[in-house]
Design a protein around this ligand. Structure first.
Ligand SMILES: [Zn+2]
Length: 265
């Protein structure tokens, strides 16, 4: 844990408590008179009418692009954060034109983000996927893997705070009946740099580009497995999205209100 992480954690706590303003790495000064600002990054991008493109993300069991699911989820989470956690929430990449992974947290910094949450939906390894036909089109699905996961990396500025926040969100989701996805905890995924940190709460470590370049506590949120046909129906419904968002916001609120959690202890 470097000094930058400690510094950012202290800054985050200062901002949460409103006790003083302070300088974070990069020279930004937090305004103690404003609420916590969360930037929600809509993962991937819109491919429009073009053929599938590298980096566009997964396609759900029923053929919905991940970007479309991510945008709906990010907007629901933004609403829930504003309503129930009392924070400022900004949705980034709503128009789907952002293709640069590292510019996402950079733009979040420019927007004064105290927290950065990148919103995604998960796929599975092709070895466990099957084929089916939906509305006349053959597609992939996997009904044996499901659940959310929360990804952090220890090179991110503010890592202790991010890890504590991930656990707080995971705890809230589990209390709400959601289950963590342990598919990525398989031994073969270690070779891909994926390491399970908390199997009960679905928290993983990985050096994802969108995380390692963040200059504030950052988490990548996999809302669920959209290749699971049953889970997709929940993930891609207004009620399922709203409930997930409320649970996530509750986790953020618990983290904010608990000083020891915000410090990453
Ligand atoms: Zn994704």
């Amino acid at each position: 844990m470097g000094w930058m992480a400690k510094s950012a954690s202290a800054v985050a706590v200062a901002a949460l408590l409103g006790s003083c303003s302070a300088t974070r790495d990069g020279g930004r000064v937090l305004d103690r008179n404003r609420p916590l600002r969360v930037v929600l990054d809509v993962g991937h991008f819109s491919r429009g009418d073009s053929a599938p493109i590298k980096g566009q993300g997964m396609v759900s069991a029923r053929g919905v692009d991940e970007f479309v699911l991510n945008r709906k989820a990010a907007k629901a989470i933004a609403r829930a954060l504003r309503d129930s956690a009392g924070v400022e929430a900004i949705v980034h990449n709503e128009d789907g034109t952002e293709r640069d992974l590292r510019s996402r947290p950079r733009k979040a910094l420019e927007q004064g983000a105290d927290l950065f949450l990148s919103i995604h939906h998960d796929a599975v390894d092709s070895s466990v996927a099957s084929r089916w036909t939906y509305q006349g089109v053959e597609r992939l699905h996997c009904d044996t893997v499901s659940g959310f996961s929360l990804w952090v990396h220890d090179s991110t500025v503010g890592y202790p705070a991010a890890l504590a926040l991930a656990r707080s969100i995971g705890r809230s989701l589990v209390e709400g009946g959601r289950r963590p996805n342990l598919h990525h905890a398989r031994p073969e995924e270690r070779a891909l740099g994926r390491e399970i940190l908390d199997s009960a709460l679905g928290v993983y470590r990985n050096n994802l580009a969108v995380l390692v370049s963040a200059q504030m506590p950052a988490i990548l949120v996999e809302c669920g497995v959209a290749l699971n046909r049953e889970e997709e129906l929940v993930l891609d419904s207004d009620s399922g999205r709203a409930e997930f968002a409320r649970r996530l916001a509750r986790g953020v609120r618990a983290w904010i209100s608990d000083d020891s959690l915000a410090r990453g202890r």
